[in-house]
Design a protein around this ligand. Structure first.
Ligand SMILES: Cc1cc2nc3c(=O)[nH]c(=O)nc-3n(C[C@H](O)[C@H](O)[C@H](O)COP(=O)(O)O)c2cc1C
Length: 480
């Protein structure tokens, strides 16, 4: 199915027609919007929320939350059939990721993002109804579901990443980018040359750009171009006269400025995706904002992080599942039948793969690669490999396999010193947390006992189908 919408406003109209958008007027920016969004995200399938008439701000300025919390909305965003299940969405993404289509951006002279422009002395970040999302946040975070645009000083590459952005004052925001992320590599390249790093932060824009910015699109590939490739229509951008960066012409709000070498201010704490205020308050680079563009009645796009399942965790789990699947196969390993990155693990910490075992050591090899490939490595803790009769998305199946097919003395391999982040509460060393320890669990039947392993107690699949065909109308609960 084609991706039909062209920007956030189109997308909202469609979601409203699906009956999946609720309006809330008058909620306060200080913890109330964040608190409501947190209650709303306790269960998958809840509507998206759009807030207006936020106290202390222009009543027409809006905040959008809980965007990606239903399969229908996720499917619509990525051009999959809207009645897709989670597993079908992983399959949809596999077809897309393995191709990773790209299309060059289209340069345009003007666009709705230029409806209002503040420059120099007029710049005022406080104009927007930025929530203080969580109880213990160290400030108001304008960038949660945002797109941070940077260009590599040594090549043509334009990277988009979703990195949190805290408001310091009218003209200053702080950017937290974890070690190893593309935006951080680019920033360091400018600083190594003694130059300021130009940045544009879009804090409300096309959901396709937001979702792509939040996942591990490979090094050197521009998310702008992937969005164009997926949509079959180029992303329209305006070249900024402030930073020289490409600005999405249909974005809602864009802050532009520079990160100067060694220009830091205390940032955080922030309620993070692991479900903890783990990063504390530490110096982080600041962006000196030189210009702000915004549409009339702008929409600030929020993606509330916190205890899972949180807004962005569910769709990212689906995407990451597809990417890990692809990368494990890309490493030459056959027999993968399913991958599920669990939403309750912040879409990173727990990955389950089902595999048709083909040779001795196959399951362990799959687990080790999944634990270390680019899409799976960052802040992972558990990789579990199960046989292909187990649905990796079904907790009961996975726990049953782990409980009955593995030997804790021999089937767990720990990996130390792996890629992590201070946001992981179990990362180390504690004075500068960067690494974590993790485990690969082989919960498949032992290869040497495959033919003699006790038989599973359940009606054989063909007989199940026969029973469902004969009795399904009378006992609808027996249908899968
Ligand atoms: C809602 C949301 C918030 C995020 N916040 C941060 C953050 O504050 N810092 C960070 O380094 N990564 C954050 N991420 C993860 C990155 O966006 C993600 O790893 C992405 O791949 C980064 O882009 P890159 O691969 O081009 O570096 C966040 C992701 C999402 C979806």
């Amino acid at each position: 199915m084609p991706i039909e919408y062209r920007g956030l406003r189109d997308w909202l109209e469609a979601v409203d027609e699906m009956g999946e958008l609720s309006r809330v007027s008058g909620a306060h920016w200080d913890r109330e919007i964040g608190g409501l969004a947190a209650l709303q995200e306790r269960r998958l399938g809840q509507e998206a929320l759009i807030f207006d008439q936020v106290p202390d701000h222009d009543p027409s300025f809006r905040v959008l939350t809980n965007t990606m919390m239903s399969n229908r909305r996720i499917a619509y965003t990525f051009g999959a059939p809207v009645d897709s299940t989670g597993v079908e969405l992983v399959q949809h993404w596999r077809r897309v990721v393995s191709k990773l289509p790209t299309m060059p951006v289209k340069q345009v002279e003007d666009g709705p993002v230029n409806e209002n422009i503040m420059r120099g002395e007029d710049v005022d970040v406080l104009k927007f109804p930025t929530p203080r999302w969580h109880e213990e946040d160290g400030g108001r975070y304008i960038g949660t579901g945002c797109v941070v645009i940077m260009n590599d000083p040594d090549s043509e590459w334009v990277n988009l990443g979703c990195y949190r952005v805290m408001v310091h004052d009218e003209k200053t925001v702080g950017l937290y980018i974890s070690p190893g992320k593309h935006g951080r590599l680019i920033r360091e390249r400018y600083w190594d040359k003694g130059k300021p790093c130009p940045v544009a932060v879009a804090v409300g824009q096309d959901p396709l750009l937001t979702t792509l910015a939040g996942i591990e699109v490979p090094y050197g590939v521009s998310e702008f171009e992937v969005a164009g490739g997926l949509r079959g229509a180029p992303t329209e951008v305006i070249t900024s006269d402030v930073t020289g960066l490409p600005i999405p012409a249909h974005a809602e709000i864009v802050l532009e400025g520079f990160l100067y070498p060694d220009d830091m201010m205390d940032e955080g704490p922030f309620g993070e995706w692991t479900g903890y205020y783990a990063g504390g308050r530490e110096p982080a680079p600041v962006m000196r904002v030189e210009a702000i563009r915004h549409r009339n009645d702008p929409i600030l796009y929020g993606a509330l992080t916190g205890r899972s399942p949180a807004d962005a965790a569910y769709y990212r789990g689906l995407l990451r599942s597809a990417m890990i699947w692809d990368q494990v196969e890309g490493a030459g390993l056959p027999g993968i039948k399913g991958v599920w990155v669990h939403e309750a693990s912040g879409a990173r910490l727990w990955v389950t793969l089902s595999v048709e075992q083909m040779f001795a050591g196959h399951a362990q090899q799959v687990g080790m690669v999944a634990s270390q490939c680019h899409a799976g490595s960052y802040a992972n803790r558990f990789v579990v490999v199960v046989d292909d009769d187990i649905d990796p998305a079904n907790n009961n199946d996975v726990i049953w396999a782990m409980s009955t097919r593995m030997d804790p003395a021999t089937d767990m391999t720990t990996i130390t010193g792996a890629w992590s982040t201070p946001l992981d509460p179990m990362s180390y060393p504690r004075d500068n947390p960067r690494y974590n320890n993790r485990v690969v669990i082989d919960a498949t039947k032992p290869w040497t006992r495959l033919s003699t392993f006790p038989k599973t107690v359940e009606p054989p699949p063909e007989y199940q189908a026969e029973l469902i065909e004969k009795w399904g109308d009378h006992l609808p609960g027996i249908r899968p």
